[in-house]
Design a protein around this ligand. Structure first.
Ligand SMILES: C[S@@+](CC[C@H](N)C(=O)[O-])C[C@H]1O[C@@H](n2cnc3c(N)ncnc32)[C@H](O)[C@@H]1O
Ligand SMILES: [Zn+2]
Length: 509
C-alpha cells in the first residue's frame, strides 16, 4: 500500500509532462546579437518539410582546423552568416534555426517566418542549419540530440506536420540556387534521414564502418546498418534502406541522460551484487553485458587488480553516453546485442576472466544464446554474476490500462522476466550454456533501492516505460499516475523481503 499512498501524494504534485520544447537550449536573436530583419514573410503551418543544412565549406573547415573552440566562436559565425545573407540582399539570415556543437539552438527566422535556404521549398519548410562541416564526421551528440528535439518541438507546436507525416530532406536532395550542393554533408545527411523524421519507429539507425561496426568512434558510411535493436543488415549496392521497427522495444533506451540521472536503484543493486559475489584478482579482464550508461563498468575498472573492462549494450545512445562520460584508459564501450553471436568480436573469445550482467536479462528474450555468447568470451574458470527480475516484480510488463489502449494499439511490451516458480531453471540454463552454477536463488532488492518521493519515482518510471512515446506529451503525467496506481494494485500482495530477482553466480567449465 505504500506505493499507492505515494501515488495519491503524487497527483497534486503532478506537473505537465516535459515538453520537447522545454528541453531545448534556445538562444534568442537578441542573445546572439542579430540585426533586425529588413522584412518578414509569414510562414503557413504546418510546414510539410524540414530541410537540413550545414554552415561550412570544406575549405572553411580546413582553415578552421580544430573546429569551433567555444560558444562565442559559434555565435560569431551565426552573426557572420546573417551578414553574408543580408549582404546578398536577403531580408534576414536564411535559416529558421541554427545549432552549434554544444546543442544550443539559435533562432534565425524562427517557426513563423519564411526562410531563404532552399529555392524550391522555403514557403513549405523549416530550414535547420548545423554549424560546421559534416561530410565525413557527424555533429556532436549534443547537436544531433538538439536537432531531433527541435523537430519534435516543432511537431508538438504543430509548426511541422501534419502529425509525423512530414518529409525530411537534406539540402542536397532539393537542389540549390547554384544547382547541386553537398550541403549538409554525407554523414549528417545520412544520419538526419534516418533519425530525425521518426520519433519512435526508426530508433537511431546509423551506418557504420564494416571493419569496426561496433565502435561508435568509427561511425562512417558503409555496408552495415545498426539500430538500437541492432538489426545488422547488409545494404545491397550501398543504397540505404530505412527499416521501420515498431513494437519491439525494451526499456526507454533512447534517452541516456534520463537513464543516467535515474539509475540509483540499478546502481545499488549492482554494487550489492559485486560486493557479495566478486573477489577481484590481479589482471582481471571484465565484460559488462548490458552496461547501460557505463557507471558500473567504470566503477569495476577502478577496483584493485582490474586490468580492463569492456561494456556492451544494445542502445547506441547509452553507449555513446558511456563513451563520453565513463570511458577511461582501461574501459571501453561497444554497441552489441548480447543475444546475437554476430555482435561479439572474434578477439573477445576466451579473453575475459569475469563477466557481469546487472539488471538486463529480463529485457532479453533469448537468454540461452546470451549466456552462450558470454560463456564464449570467458576463459575457462572465468566467473559470471547475473540478476534477472522475476515475473512477480516486473509489473510494468503487465500494464494494460483500458483508458489508454487507444494510444497504445501499436505497442507491445518486450519484457521477459523469469517465472517465480522456476528459480532452478535459471541454473539449468546456465549449465546448458557451459557454466557450473555456484549460487542461484531468488533475492529481494537491497533496501531503499528506489526513491520514495513522487517526482523521483515518476522519473524512474519514465526510464522504464517506452510506451510513453505513444502518449501525447500533455497526457504523460496522467498516464504515469494511472500506471502507478495499477502497479501499486498489482503489488498489494508483495511483502517486504519477497524475492524480486533471480541471482546467479556461475563459473565457466
Ligand atoms: C536496467 S539497464 C541496466 C544497465 C546497467 N547494467 C546498470 O546496472 O545500470 C538494462 C540495460 O540492458 C540493455 N539491454 C537490453 N537488451 C539488451 C541486449 N539484448 N543486449 C545488450 N544490452 C541490452 C539496455 O539497453 C539497458 O541499458
Ligand atoms: Zn544548405
Amino acid at each position: 500500500m505504500k506505493l499507492l499512498y505515494l501515488v495519491l501524494l503524487l497527483v497534486p504534485a503532478c506537473v505537465q509532462g516535459e515538453s520537447d520544447c522545454n528541453r531545448l537550449n534556445m538562444t534568442s536573436r537578441a542573445d546572439w546579437g542579430a540585426e533586425p530583419p529588413r522584412a518578414r514573410t509569414p510562414l503557413t503551418h504546418p510546414t510539410t518539410k524540414v530541410v537540413i543544412h550545414h554552415s561550412d565549406s570544406y575549405w572553411r573547415h580546413l582553415s578552421n582546423w580544430g573546429g569551433y573552440s567555444d560558444r562565442e566562436e559559434y555565435m560569431a559565425r551565426v552573426r557572420e552568416i546573417q551578414q553574408e545573407h543580408m549582404g546578398k540582399g536577403w531580408d534576414d539570415i536564411g535559416y529558421n534555426f541554427l545549432i552549434d556543437g554544444y546543442g544550443n539552438v539559435y533562432v534565425g527566422r524562427g517557426w513563423d517566418n519564411t526562410g531563404a535556404h532552399t529555392p524550391c521549398c522555403n514557403s513549405v519548410s523549416i530550414g535547420i542549419n548545423f554549424l560546421g562541416y559534416f561530410e565525413d564526421e557527424l555533429p556532436t551528440r549534443a547537436a544531433l540530440e538538439a536537432g531531433k528535439t527541435l523537430i519534435s518541438c516543432g511537431n508538438e507546436l504543430e509548426k511541422i506536420g501534419p502529425g509525423w507525416d512530414f518529409s525530411l530532406f537534406c539540402h542536397s536532395d532539393l537542389g540549390a540556387a547554384s544547382g547541386e550542393t553537398d550541403c549538409p554533408g554525407a554523414a549528417l545527411c545520412d544520419y538526419a534521414s534516418r533519425n530525425f523524421q521518426y520519433p519512435w519507429d526508426v530508433l537511431q539507425l546509423v551506418t557504420v564502418n564494416e571493419a569496426d561496426w561496433s565502435h561508435l568512434g568509427q561511425v562512417r558510411t558503409s555496408a552495415f546498418l545498426i539500430s538500437p535493436q541492432l538489426l545488422l543488415q547488409e545494404e545491397p549496392g550501398n543504397t540505404h534502406t530505412t527499416t521501420r521497427i515498431r513494437n519491439k522495444v525494451t526499456m526507454d533506451i533512447e534517452n541516456a541522460d534520463q537513464y543516467a540521472k535515474n539509475r540509483e536503484g540499478q546502481q545499488k543493486v549492482a554494487v550489492d551484487l559485486i560486493n557479495r559475489y566478486i573477489t577481484w584478482q590481479e589482471g582481471d579482464v571484465v565484460l559488462d553485458v548490458g552496461c547501460g550508461t557505463g557507471e558500473i563498468t567504470k566503477l569495476m575498472s577502478q577496483q584493485p587488480g582490474v586490468k580492463s573492462v569492456v561494456g556492451i549494450d544494445l542502445s547506441l545512445d547509452f553507449i555513446s553516453f558511456a563513451s563520453e562520460n565513463n570511458a577511461g584508459a582501461n574501459v571501453s564501450f561497444h554497441a552489441a546485442d548480447a543475444s546475437d553471436p554476430a555482435h561479439f568480436k572474434p578477439e573477445w573469445k576466451g579473453a575475459f576472466t569475469k563477466a557481469t550482467c546487472f539488471t538486463v536479462l529480463h529485457w532479453i528474450q533469448d537468454k540461452k544464446t546470451a549466456f552462450k555468447n558470454i560463456s564464449s568470451c570467458l576463459e575457462s574458470g572465468g566467473e559470471l554474476v547475473i540478476n534477472c527480475l522475476l515475473e512477480s516484480a516486473a509489473q510494468i510488463g503487465q500494464l494494460d490500462l483500458p483508458k489508454w489502449r487507444g494510444y497504445l494499439k501499436d505497442f507491445t511490451y518486450s519484457i521477459y522476466p523469469w517465472p517465480n516458480d522456476d528459480i532452478g531453471g535459471m541454473g539449468r540454463l546456465l549449465e546448458e550454456a557451459g557454466f557450473e552454477v555456484l549460487t542461484c536463488n531468488g533475492q529481494p532488492a537491497p533496501p531503499k533501492s528506489f526513491p520514495t518521493d513522487p517526482e523521483g519515482l515518476k522519473a524512474v518510471m519514465r526510464t522504464m516505460l517506452p510506451q510513453l512515446k505513444y502518449i501525447p506529451t500533455d497526457k504523460q503525467d496522467d498516464y504515469l499516475t494511472d500506471a502507478y496506481c495499477a502497479i501499486a494494485e498489482m503489488r498489494k500482495n508483495f511483502k517486504e523481503g519477497d524475492p524480486e530477482a533471480v541471482v546467479a553466480h556461475a563459473r565457466k567449465v
